[in-house]
Each structure stands twice: as C-alpha cells, then as structure tokens.
Design a protein around this ligand. Structure first.
Ligand SMILES: [Zn+2]
Length: 331
C-alpha cells in the first residue's frame, strides 16, 4: 500500500481492512480541521478501491495513476472553486454529477463523488444527496469532507460512515518531513511545532520558507510594539487598519499563538520553536507577568470578535494597543 495520506495510521489500517474484507460503505463523511489531508485521504480511498493490484492503493497501476492525475472518468470532485458563486454548492452545481450516479462505472470498480466543504452544500443540494444516500446504487461511493461537522444535516451524518481526523503529533509531522521531504532535523522540528498538527500546513511551510520568515518578522513586530510608545503603536495600527480582515485576523491569530506558547513554555515547559522561545525571552526581558499575558490574550480575542462584528478596525486596533501594558517609559 502506498498511501499519500500521512499520519493517522489507525485510519488507514481500518480502511485497508474494510477493503480486504469487502465491507465498504457507500458513503463516508471525513471531518477534521483544515489541511489535515481530508482530500488526500478521499482520493487515496478512491484509488484503493479501484486499484488493480493486490496491495491497494499501489500508486502504479493504470487505475491509481489515472485517479492521482485527476483524469479518471468515474471520479468526480465537487469543490467550491468549481462552483459559480464560490460561497455555497447549490443544486445546479451538483446536477450533472447526480445525473450519472445510477450509471455503471465506466472504467473502474466504483463511481466516486467527493464533495469538499460539504457543509457548504445548500439545503436543497444536501437533500438531493440525502435522497441518493437513502438508497445508493451498489457501485457508488460518496465521500463528503467537512471542517464543520456541526453544519452537516444529522440525517446525512446518520447515513455515512464517519472518519474523524484529529491533528497529528508534532513528532509524526517532524518524522514525515525528514523521511519524505528530506528536511533537516531542526527545520523539521520548528515547522512541526507551528503546524498545529496539520501535515498540509507543515508541507506548505516547508515548501515556502517565506511564510516562516513573515511569521518571524510579525513576532518581532509584536515585541517592538510591546516595547514601543503609544505613538509608535498607533502608527503601526493606522497602516494595519487598511488591510483586509483576513490579514488582520492572521496577525492577531499569530499573536494569540505566540502568547499561548509563551505561557505554556514558561509554566509547564512545553516544547516550542526556537523563535517562540526568542519571543518568550523578549516578554521575560520586558517583565511581562503571566497575568498580563492572559489579559492580553483576552484583549486580542475581543478585538477579533469586534472586527467580525464590523466595528471600525482602526478603533478596535487602537483600543488593543492601549490595552498593552506600557513597557516603555514614554507615552
Ligand atoms: Zn493501483
């Protein structure tokens, strides 16, 4: 077996067992946070059940190769980037796929429909799927993926075999980067620490080191702001306030992570990246107490909520800057 899906060996063992015992379900619901490899797993399953070799997925037979290169005629992938409004998957977006479900597979053993972000199916589209899942043709396998299980209709959940993916351990991520991607140990460890248990995130960080540089620079800026005067802080946020919300949230999320990591490192000695240790030492140098870090975390969370509520970004960010303890003696 050559699974492209990394980590979660219990899950792949279970699927291998189901395939070898011919106990496949007609519907799977794979849930878990973003970038855990839900789509990779779904494609692997479709290769495994259509593979012509004895240890599926072999990654070398014509079926596996056609599936992995995205040209297999029995595999359809529905995702937001293929629909008209980019916000939800409606009945018109799935009509073509659904019209073919009762046809026999053209080249493989099974027809496959994979729906990415299935929590974004409109109610009408979800109900159309539900109808098929109530009496699925034996040659059809539907795989629904979601990062928001709560938004899936309970009636759909009850018709699917659930696969819940948890974040994978930093050791597993680090080992995969070293073994599969030839990463050096120190770089792999640092990436594993900040990947949040997501192999996809780890690979993204590994493939594009500039993401890590931006992260480090943003961490330095936070230390500079903590040590800066009110005027310097306001200058920074007056520029930041012009950014898109997604950009501001990314910076605030990083600040949250840095503060949480600093607290965990300082109190229970959790292992964190070298750069996060540098951030922690910065806080220590400025005489930050744990209580102040906790309050700061609370203020960042409040700021994120207010931005989501469309409160004026500049006002929110200025308020956040005022809530920083004043470490410089100037104002
Ligand atoms: Zn194969």
């Amino acid at each position: 077996m050559t699974w492209n899906f990394i980590g979660h060996s219990t899950t792949t063992d279970l699927i291998e067992q189901m395939i070898s015992e011919n106990r496949l379900s007609n519907a799977y619901l794979i849930s878990g946070q973003k970038q855990l490899g839900k789509m990779t797993l779904a494609i692997d399953i479709s290769a495994a059940v259509n593979c012509r070799n004895s240890n599926p997925p072999c990654n070398t037979c014509d079926q596996c190769l056609r599936i992995y290169s995205g040209v297999h005629t029995d595999l359809q992938v529905l995702s937001l980037d293929k629909v008209s409004n980019f916000r939800s998957i409606g009945i018109d977006d799935i009509r073509d796929s659904l019209s073919q479900v009762f046809l026999m597979p053209f080249e493989g053993n099974y027809r496959f429909i994979i729906v990415e972000d299935s929590h974004l199916l409109t109610r009408e589209a979800a109900n159309a799927f539900l109808k098929i899942l109530e009496e699925p043709p034996p040659h059809l396998i539907v795989v629904l993926l979601t990062s928001d299980l709560n938004a899936i209709l309970p009636t759909i959940i009850s018709r699917c075999q659930q696969i819940i993916l948890a974040p994978i351990s930093t050791d597993e991520i680090s080992a995969s980067l070293i073994n599969h991607w030839d990463a050096d140990q120190e770089f792999a460890n640092n990436i594993a620490q900040i990947s949040g248990g997501s192999m996809g995130k780890a690979i993204e960080l590994f493939s594009d080191p500039s993401i890590l540089e931006i992260r480090n620079r943003r961490s330095e800026i936070l230390l500079e702001l903590i040590n800066g005067t009110i005027i310097e802080r306001f200058e920074y946020v007056s520029d930041l306030a012009f950014s898109e919300n997604i950009e501001i949230h990314a910076i605030l999320d990083l600040w949250l992570i840095l503060c949480k990591n600093a607290l965990l490192y300082g109190t229970v000695g959790n292992s964190i990246t070298d750069f996060d240790v540098f951030f922690y030492k910065g806080l220590e140098k400025f005489g930050f107490s744990n209580k102040q870090v906790l309050l700061f975390i609370e203020e960042i969370r409040n700021a994120k909520e207010l931005i989501n509520l469309n409160v004026d970004k500049r006002l929110v960010l200025e308020q956040l800057m005022l809530s920083f303890p004043n470490m410089s003696n100037e104002t």
